[in-house]
Design a protein. Structure first.
Length: 259
């Protein structure tokens, strides 16, 4: 088990990681737990949740998980009510929930557009809005970290809904940061590049020619691992980021600089 780094020590803080049962979310949960957080993770799939909790057994006393769809307003509110009853407050909120539907724009059906925008953007707003009473007024600034994408910066031919939703995440983070600074809530976005996750693994299988061209274009020469992104999220949750709000940090191995 890792030893907390003093500048990153989050002992006793209470964190929620939405979409914390796989990929970047799971790596983020592990990073926060390693620095002393109490963590609640959410996800949709029970089997994936069981695997996630099993992988976090070194911190089994500090982590629990709950399965529900972030688009389900009733279940989301029940989860927040349970947090209020158990903790009374929330120090950190990281929203990693996200989906993609890959198709050329002219072939993208309405239901798939709506599904992506609802999950990646609308649900992020609604959940953090509803969590606001738990986040406001802390002596140590609460943190909200939203997950955008490198496609928040530039488009993608087979992911119009994804790029549009992730671009919206950046503007949402900036707007929340401006609105809530007086409540001592810092809000930032992280924009990952190509990361090896279940989401991108599916894309590699469905569009092998497209994805085969990516590796050679990343200046650092490799895709990110989920832990590479989680470390940046950990920084934004720590006191090292005490003067950062309304920012969008790109973590893409230099790809956006040469795209």
């Amino acid at each position: 088990m890792n030893t907390p780094v003093p500048a990153l020590d989050l002992s006793g803080t209470r964190a929620v990681v939405v979409g914390g049962n796989s990929g970047i979310g799971l790596a983020t949960a592990g990073a926060l737990l390693s620095q002393g957080c109490l963590v609640r993770i959410t996800g949709r799939d029970p089997a994936t949740m069981d695997n996630a909790l099993a992988s976090l057994t070194p911190w089994s006393d500090a982590v629990t998980g709950q399965c529900f769809d972030i688009n389900d307003r009733v279940r989301s509110q029940e989860f927040l009510d349970a947090i209020r009853n158990e903790w009374g407050t929330m120090d950190l909120l990281v929203n990693c929930a996200g989906i993609s539907r890959r198709a050329a724009p002219q072939e993208l059906i309405d239901d798939h557009w709506d599904e992506v925008v609802a999950t990646n953007l609308s649900s992020q707003f609604k959940f953090v809005r509803d969590a606001y009473p738990l986040l406001r007024g802390h002596q140590r600034a609460a943190r909200v970290v939203l997950i955008g994408s490198m496609t928040s910066i530039f488009g993608t031919a087979i992911g119009a809904a994804y790029a549009a939703s992730k671009g919206g995440v950046v503007q949402l983070a900036r707007s929340l940061a401006a609105a809530w600074a007086g409540d001592n809530i810092l809000v930032n976005a992280v924009l990952p590049g190509w990361v090896r996750t279940p989401l991108t693994d599916a894309g590699r299988l469905s569009h092998p020619d497209y994805y085969s061209r990516i590796d050679e274009r990343i200046p650092l020469g490799r895709w990110a691992e989920p832990g590479d992104i989680a470390d940046v999220i950990l920084f934004l949750c720590s006191d090292l980021s005490r003067y950062i709000t309304g920012s969008a940090l790109t973590v893409d191995g230099g790809l956006s600089g040469v795209f």
